[in-house]
Design a protein around this ligand. Structure first.
Ligand code: FES
Ligand SMILES: [Fe+2]
Length: 371
């Protein structure tokens, strides 16, 4: 078999195809189309984190870039968080750069027009007598829950069909402050989310897992609960040995996931909460924000040590995953084996966040085998 200059095997007849010459093609083997990195849209439907509540104080204005769009988040004087398209409908100033909250409105820095936070309508201008009715900001549907400012994304503009429960506020007890690590990754949200259910990769890619965990799944509409019995290397907490302990993950759509674990080491009980949020930035990139906190043990020094070890374990694990995510293809028809069980269920569940016809077309077009 011939090897091209680029080192790719079996490309003898490519040039003939490109030039559209049909002559002599009959007897040549049919080339399979190139496999795209992902045939799915990078923008599935659901609730997505665009900022934490603490990042948008009273009267705050925040420029954002998500879903391939310039956006602005602002908090009006009644305390409500709003998200709208960034460009002023008057003459296109970016409202996130110099825009100011005034009562229940956002004022543009360019000519001073004000826009109502609830309707987006232009209400006033320092000089114009009659404002055009089309002068209206496109508002996004926002919910603020568990300290997160979430926007609803739907490619066809349909309203929310579910909401995210307030899980973080329900956490009882005395915990360390949330500590965050953030990544901008050249990855798709589908791959990042699927990772939470991928038991097979844990001990191979991450040294916090000592063996392949068993896992169970519970599906409830847009919510999915996963219990993994992970054999955790206690080096995660700066301790020797390993211990088996269940890891509970609850996902709300593809974007938001809470993870809870309690590890018992002799007399010591180490409990942790993590929150992982993935939001598409553009067609190629996602913003991954990962927070965690530890239940205080009563020993500040011990808390600090556990916290630090947990933090660096988490960071290392995502850095390891990132190499895979940033370079992998998303196969619509992966060749799964029995131990991959949850992946198939996850994929069935995640289909609800895509346009059914588009998903089916991508599936039908996908090669049954990568060979
Ligand atoms: S561009 Fe915003 S008021 Fe003119
Ligand atoms: Fe991973």
């Amino acid at each position: 078999m011939a090897t091209s200059a680029a080192g790719v095997v079996g490309l003898d007849n490519v040039q003939t195809d490109i030039l559209g010459c049909e002559e002599g093609r009959k007897d040549k083997p049919k080339m399979q189309a190139e496999i795209p990195r992902s045939p799915l849209t990078p923008y599935p439907r659901g609730w997505f984190l665009v900022a934490f509540s603490s990042e948008l104080p009273a009267s705050g204005v925040l420029p954002l870039y998500y879903f391939g769009r310039h956006l602005v988040a602002y908090r009006t004087d009644d305390g409500k968080a709003h998200v709208s398209n960034a460009y002023c409908p008057h003459m296109g100033a970016h409202l996130g750069h110099g825009g100011v909250v005034s009562g229940s409105c956002l004022r543009c820095p360019f000519h001073g027009w004000t826009f109502d936070g609830d309707s987006g309508q232009a209400l006033s201008s320092p000089y114009g007598k009659k404002l055009p009715p089309g002068a209206r900001l496109r508002l996004w549907t926002v919910e603020e829950v568990s300290g997160m400012i979430l926007v609803w994304f739907h490619d066809k503009g349909e309203p929310p069909t579910w909401s995210v429960p307030d899980e973080a506020s329900a956490i009882e007890g005395d915990w360390t402050d949330w500590k965050e690590t953030r990544w901008k990754l050249r990855a798709r949200i589908q791959d990042v989310t699927e990772n939470d259910l991928d038991a097979g990769h844990l001990p191979v890619l991450h040294d916090f897992a000592a063996s392949t965990p068993t896992a169970e799944l519970q599906v409830n509409g847009p919510q999915i609960k996963v219990t993994m019995n992970v054999e955790l290397n206690l080096s995660t907490f700066g301790l020797p040995g390993s211990v088996i302990s269940p890891l509970y993950t609850t996902k709300h759509g593809l974007s938001i996931g809470f993870i809870h674990q309690t590890v018992e080491v002799g007399e010591l009980k180490i409990s942790s909460w993590s929150l992982g949020c993935t939001t598409p930035i553009d067609a190629e990139h996602v913003d991954l924000r990962l927070l965690h906190r530890i239940r205080k043990t009563g020993n500040e020094q011990l808390d600090q040590m556990i916290d630090l070890n947990y933090f660096s374990t988490f960071k290392k694990a995502v850095d390891e995953d990132a190499v895979i995510w940033e370079n992998k293809a998303y196969l619509m028809r992966p060749q799964l084996c029995e131990g991959d069980g949850l992946i198939g269920h996850f994929r069935k569940w995640s289909r609800q966040f895509y346009d059914e016809a588009e998903f089916a077309a991508a599936y039908d077009a996908a090669p049954a085998s990568t060979l």
